[in-house]
Design a protein around this ligand. Structure first.
Ligand code: SF4
Length: 194
């Protein structure tokens, strides 16, 4: 977080989380081939690229795109809901995988076998809406020993859970997790594409 990064946003998502702030990515966008995407990305000097959505893994060509970006020398991360199998993602890619909480409305979509796909460089993220979500996420971290597997992020759902309250809960419970806020919302507000 905080590093200048090119975001490649792929259209479409099979989920409908209550707090989704990228519903504009469910439809529309423009068709672009791999070469076109690489050329557009090359217009920026940063070496950091994030492939996101929607749910980027819902597009089959996502795997080829990730591979091509890595081959070009970028440091690539993939933001995913975790609802689709991540087994074929290039190992050079940093996976940032959500585990959907009950308040998201999409907890049934979690593909828990993906937890086995995570390694030390990856991150698992819980977007939390309330105290019940926090308790649920805390149980998940313990049950799957997630902090021993990869970095664990707890993020307050903007406008639903006060960031300071979440920080207090994490400190009180001495959880081995990193708190993350939606920096773009603090900088620019809830503006499309930011
Ligand atoms: S998975 Fe992400 S893009 Fe899809 S509905 Fe949930 S928050 Fe929105």
């Amino acid at each position: 977080m905080g590093l200048p990064t090119v975001f490649i946003r792929l259209t479409g998502c099979p989920l409908r989380c209550h707090y989704c702030d990228t519903a504009y990515a469910f439809h529309g966008g423009q068709w672009m081939g791999l070469d076109e995407i690489l050329a557009e990305t090359a217009r920026y000097t940063t070496r950091y690229v994030t492939v996101t959505g929607g749910e980027p893994m819902a597009q089959k060509a996502c795997l080829a795109l990730l591979r091509a970006l890595c081959d070009t020398g970028y440091r690539v991360s993939l933001e995913t809901s975790g609802a689709l199998d991540l087994g074929n993602v290039d190992r050079r890619v940093v996976k940032v995988m959500d585990i959907k909480t009950p308040a998201s409305g999409e907890v049934d979509k979690n593909l828990y076998s993906n937890i086995e796909r995570l390694n030390e460089a990856d991150q698992v993220k819980f977007v939390l809406c309330d105290r019940d979500d926090y308790q649920w996420a805390k149980d998940m971290v313990q049950r799957h020993d997630l902090a021993a597997r990869c970095e664990v992020l707890f993020s307050p759902s903007h406008g639903k859970l006060d960031a300071a309250s979440l920080a207090d809960w994490i400190l009180a419970d001495q959880l081995p997790v990193r708190m993350q806020i939606q920096l773009h919302k603090y900088l620019w507000g809830d503006v499309k594409g930011k």
